[in-house]
Design a protein around this ligand. Structure first.
Ligand SMILES: [Zn+2]
Length: 349
């Protein structure tokens, strides 16, 4: 492995101490350093003093973490030099650019050039095109730091088109049987993918308030969806329900109301040992179907991504980081896990 690349894995993200720069720290950075926020999921944001991000991420982050902060908004592909950052002054020198990562609206990979090296930090990403996110655009870099949530060969997703077709069929068949279809999907990203997939079906759709809030912001950025309304938990019958939590739909603790057909929407549907619902629900037995739709790269995507970035060295983060690094080393690449964190966050957001 070449010399240390000048960054550390710290607080769930990267820290470049010589540059005064962070990527996705999960604890607030208020030390006069800048933080790149790749996207607005909870495990990638915190109340930082100064952030670099895309405009959709800025808007989503303000909705989820309102407050005063110094914001430097970048369009995809723009190159920002450290001397142009203003206050707080970066230690630099470096340049940073953001590139679509295909994960959710506004999500970005960050490419940092400094000291003759280039580092691409992916944040969360996927190569498969989504219905509501920008399409991923890999760029080359000497050092690649990548998320490896699904970094084992068993995680290969079926074609998205087929999964979405199955979800549509689940909804229409449930309603035909006078059952209420409940799609369990987290509120930022997954809700909007599922909602967009229901376009043209003519189904009455109701959203949990947190999903509704995020969907309105997507619409501000020009994303179009079929008609929907915020839900009233007491009058959901006859509608398609999209919600990140089953709590409001419980008849009593641990028991779902009658007449619901619940489907969880998560890449972990490929793994029967994983829980089917969000961690805050005690209703795992109440999930009737699991659909493997994910906004993360699957194993084949991860490999293809490495090929397209053409790195000299790879560092892996999140999920099966050690397994995937080992796999790359067997292919002759220099690769090392920065984290071996087997706690999966896909369902906790
Ligand atoms: Zn994410």
């Amino acid at each position: 492995m070449p010399p240390a690349p000048g960054f550390l894995y710290r607080n769930g993200g990267l820290h470049f101490p010589r540059l005064g720069l962070w990527m996705d720290p999960s604890k607030p950075v208020r030390s006069g350093e800048w933080s790149v926020v790749t996207h607005a999921h909870a495990d990638h944001t915190a109340r930082h003093a100064a952030v670099i991000l895309t405009e959709p991420t800025r808007r989503l982050m303000q909705a989820r973490l309102p407050g005063q902060r110094t914001e430097r908004v970048l369009d995809y592909g723009d190159i920002l030099r450290s001397e142009d950052l203003g206050e707080p002054a970066a230690r630099g020198p470096f340049s940073v650019s953001l590139h679509p990562s295909g994960h959710i609206l506004g999500s970005a990979m960050a490419r940092v050039a400094y000291e003759g090296d280039s580092v691409l930090y992916t944040g969360d990403f996927k190569l498969r095109p989504g219905l509501s996110s920008e399409r991923c655009e890999p760029v080359t870099a000497q050092t690649l730091v990548m998320e490896t949530t699904y970094g084992r060969p068993r995680y290969r997703f079926p074609p998205t088109h087929d999964v979405l077709q199955d979800i549509r069929r689940f909804c229409t068949e449930s309603l035909e049987c006078r059952m209420t279809p409940v799609l369990l999907a987290y509120s930022l990203g997954k809700t909007q993918e599922v909602l967009a997939a229901l376009a043209g079906c003519g189904l009455p759709i109701r959203l949990h308030p947190s999903a509704a809030a995020m969907t309105r912001i997507y619409a501000e950025f020009g994303r179009s969806f079929p008609d929907w309304s915020p839900w009233d938990p007491d009058s959901i019958q006859g509608h398609v329900i999209i919600t990140p939590t089953l709590r409001p739909l419980l008849a009593e603790p641990g028991r779902m109301r009658e007449g619901l057909r619940v489907a969880s929407i998560s890449g972990w549907a490929l793994d029967s040992r994983r829980p089917a619902g969000p961690r805050d629900d005690s209703t795992q037995g109440g999930v009737h179907r699991r659909f493997p739709l994910s906004d993360h790269a699957d194993f084949d995507d991860l490999l293809e991504f490495v090929t397209r970035v053409q790195p000299r060295r790879v560092f892996t983060l999140h999920g099966f980081a050690a397994d995937f690094a080992r796999f790359l080393r067997r292919q002759g690449l220099e690769a090392q896990a920065l984290s071996e964190d087997d706690r999966q966050l896909d369902l906790a957001l």
